[in-house]
Design a protein around this ligand. Structure first.
Ligand SMILES: [Zn+2]
Length: 381
């Protein structure tokens, strides 16, 4: 790297001074290259540091043509000496997540032979991908051990071994690396080739918490959080829980039981409502004089079973086309049509061709949905 990467030797360096080597305007802001920097650029699945440079803000940091490029919100004079300040809350959070990933993957590797095939660390999500499938018991086991490693507070070291010692070292690596290899060692747990900043000892990770996992490309993707981010997430979940038990007026432990009972009740109520609607519809149908050949009813919120029952009742009394449309002009209608004398399949085809209805059925009865207003449907029929 042409730019001296200060974070490489000292992950805890928050402030530094540097000379501006170049500054150009670009679409992403001013593109500033310094002789040295403590800003970690986006690399290996981890988003970049942010912070302040002189009087400006550093919005993004990238490696481009072997240089570390700072994208800033203002221009600087070439040759000027600037002080840089890393947004420490952001960086320390990243170091906690990143070191937690080494602990988790190192254990998954040692116990189950898993290889890490992907890592993603952004402000919103942290994931690691393993090349083998693990079940919830195995993941819970690794999570438990990872937190024991955190509690044991073992050293985390980063160094460049010479070629001879590297040749005898067994370490994890995601890809072939050109140039000197930087090893990050979690003592007694893991050796891994990695260029990012990490905490000094596992105790600083605070906590490793898996939030979920899913099958992914023949292996597993683990969503997890460490340290202060895990605490923030814990508080967010506590907030949701407390809102839930206040709304349900019960104890925290009773929430599942309470929801089950509400869902059961709801199902019964929906059934009762559907029965009442069916009765209202049939009463309405009875009121039509039987001399009428064609009957079309527009209504709201009738389910398809009740619509079919309604059309069957209409067909017994009326010889022409019998139709029930349920819905409204804004969202469209579901419909059932039936007839003893007319070809409903042909009528449905007509509605499909003229109004784009989605439908199907037999000559006796057809059903479907249609996105048109009541007046257009009535004119078309
Ligand atoms: Zn790392």
């Amino acid at each position: 790297m042409k730019t001296i990467a200060l974070y490489d030797n000292d992950a805890f360096l928050r402030e530094f001074e540097a000379q501006v080597e170049s500054c150009q305007e670009s679409e992403k802001g001013y593109r500033v290259v310094l002789n040295q920097t403590a800003f970690f650029p986006e690399q290996g699945g981890q988003t970049s540091d942010i912070g302040l440079l002189g009087e400006g803000k550093v919005i993004d940091v990238q490696v481009e043509d072997d240089e570390i490029v700072h994208y800033c919100d203002r221009a600087f004079e070439v040759g000027a000496t600037l002080s840089g300040i890393i947004d420490w809350h952001h960086r320390f959070g990243n170091m906690q997540q990143h070191t937690g990933e080494h602990i988790f993957t190192g254990l998954a590797h040692n116990i189950y032979g898993a290889e890490n095939v992907g890592f993603h660390l952004s402000d919103n999500t942290v994931t690691l991908d393993l090349n083998i499938e693990l079940d919830d018991t195995q993941i819970a086991f690794i999570e438990r051990l990872a937190n024991e490693v955190v509690a044991a507070d073992v050293p985390v070291k980063a160094y460049y071994p010479d070629e001879a010692s590297l040749a005898t070292l067994e370490y994890r690596s995601k890809k072939e690396i050109d140039g000197p290899i930087r090893i990050v060692e979690v003592e007694g747990i893991d050796f891994c080739a990695c260029c990012a900043p990490h905490v000094k000892s596992t105790g600083q990770v605070g906590m490793v918490k898996v939030t979920s996992f899913e099958k992914y490309k023949g292996g597993v993707r683990v969503y997890f959080l460490c340290g202060l981010r895990a605490l923030k997430d814990y508080n967010r979940r506590m907030d949701i829980l407390s809102k839930a038990y206040q709304l349900l007026n019960c104890q925290e432990d009773e929430i599942p039981e309470k929801i089950t009972s509400i869902m059961k009740n709801n199902k019964q109520l929906n059934y009762d409502i559907s029965e009442i609607k069916a009765k209202i519809l049939l009463d309405k149908i009875q009121a039509y004089p039987s001399e009428l050949a064609d009957v079309t009813i527009f209504t709201e919120d009738i389910d398809s079973k009740n619509m079919r029952d309604g059309v069957n009742a209409l067909v017994e009394k009326h010889s022409g086309l019998c139709a029930i449309f349920s819905g409204n002009d804004d969202e469209g209608y579901n419909f059932v049509i039936g007839s003893r004398t007319r070809d409903c399949k042909a009528i449905a085809t007509g509605l499909r061709e003229l109004l784009g209805a989605k439908c199907g059925g037999s000559p006796q009865m057809a059903q479907g949905s249609i996105n048109a207003t009541r007046s257009v449907i009535e004119q078309t029929l």
